[in-house]
Ligand binder design. Sequence first.
Ligand SMILES: Nc1nc2c(c(=O)[nH]1)N[C@H]1C(S)=C(S)[C@@H](COP(=O)(O)OP(=O)(O)OC[C@H]3O[C@@H](n4cnc5c(N)ncnc54)[C@H](O)[C@@H]3O)O[C@H]1N2
Ligand code: MOO
Length: 402
Amino acid sequence: MTPHEYRQRILDDLEPMPAYPQPLMDCLGLAVAEDIHAEVALPSFDNSSMDGYAVRYADVATTSAETPVRLPVLGEIGAGQASLLALPPRAAAKIMTGAPLPTGADTVVPYEWTDRGVATVEIRQAPKEAQHVRYAGEDVTEGDLLVPAGTVLGPRHLGLIASVGRAQVAVRSRPRVVVLSTGTELREPGETLGHDSIYDGNSFLLAGAARRAGAIAYRVGIVPDEPRAFMTALSDQLVRADLVVTSGGVSMGDYDVVKEALAPEGVWFGPVAMQPGKPQGFGRIGDERVPVMCLPGNPVSSFVSFELFVLPALRRLMGMTPEARPVRRAALTHEVRSPKGKEQYRRGWYDASSATVSPIGGPGSHLIGDLAGANCLIVVPPETTSLDKAAEVDVIELDVEF
Ligand SMILES: Nc1nc2c(c(=O)[nH]1)N[C@H]1C(S)=C(S)[C@@H](COP(=O)(O)OP(=O)(O)OC[C@H]3O[C@@H](n4cnc5c(N)ncnc54)[C@H](O)[C@@H]3O)O[C@H]1N2
Ligand code: MOO
């Protein structure tokens, strides 16, 4: 099975999470599940874009510094304090930015062109007709489709939706992802290491990646390579999981606990034609048939599996498209070698401005130091065993929103 086929198999099995109305501030980064239409026009009334005087153009069309027009000032209109509703001919009203234009007025003269008079005002420069007026509906018309269903809401969407008066919108909820690391050799950071133990980096990597993708991530931490202990830990977690992600215990070893415990439950385990990330598992468990994704324990294998399979699965659950990261093209700055028959994902540094990519470190799936210094994965096709300097390759840019 190719990585692409495996991803499709996972996506075909998953449905987007149900949608619920949420307060606007809780919707940031979530996919909206309804078309959002404008319930009011924007601006909703004709208003001034400057602090100055509302006038009738005809009254001030010929004014100048040498022969200024003087008009009585009938009142003041502040934003949110508009008591003067109509302006008769041969008069002016003070008006502030954002305040409604009184009926009869059609033009705003800014303070800077006047003597700032209170009882009367001297206007020293002729305005253009209709200057500094923002018309009702010139931005958004009532009924306009503002945000189509499926849009991932960013700050500008929130601002617009609030501006038309919506306090809540229906969005797909964040999936709850439980991350379990398996391995009797694993220790929590901060604990003392033995000669044969290592720190559990993967659960932080995976829970961090899940949170970055928009999920609610629960890092359960370490479970020993013992099937009963693993099943107990897993069963305890199922009540709060929309997806379970495990690390380790999926290959051919004598203590490959995840495979041993879950294969009899009907979870699929098998090789995917890629490196790193060859051994994979996917299925559903428990009464609620919670999806479980079983990733290999080597840290780079775990990470690449997250990017290729778990991230798209989370985006499917969250109703976000496209599910998989976009692929860019770049020229290699150094040659790369790769085993035949497997799609290889090498770590690299992608420079968008020059459309080049520099390989970082070797192919080893334990090289987490190099992984942390990379910003992309370089895709080497299965039949390609070597790529020369300047060869064009596919590059998956990490860490960017899409
Ligand atoms: N005879 C075979 N051996 C292996 C095969 C194979 O096909 N035949 N496949 C290799 C490949 S490829 C991979 S990838 C690994 C996958 O192994 P597991 O998923 O079973 O993972 P473990 O054996 O538990 O661990 C592998 C490696 O990663 C380290 N590890 C595990 N968990 C963590 C963690 N949470 N944080 C940091 N490092 C972790 C672990 O100590 C091992 O070094 O199998 C190969 N073997
Ligand atoms: O696939 Mo393993 O994923 O080579 O390290």
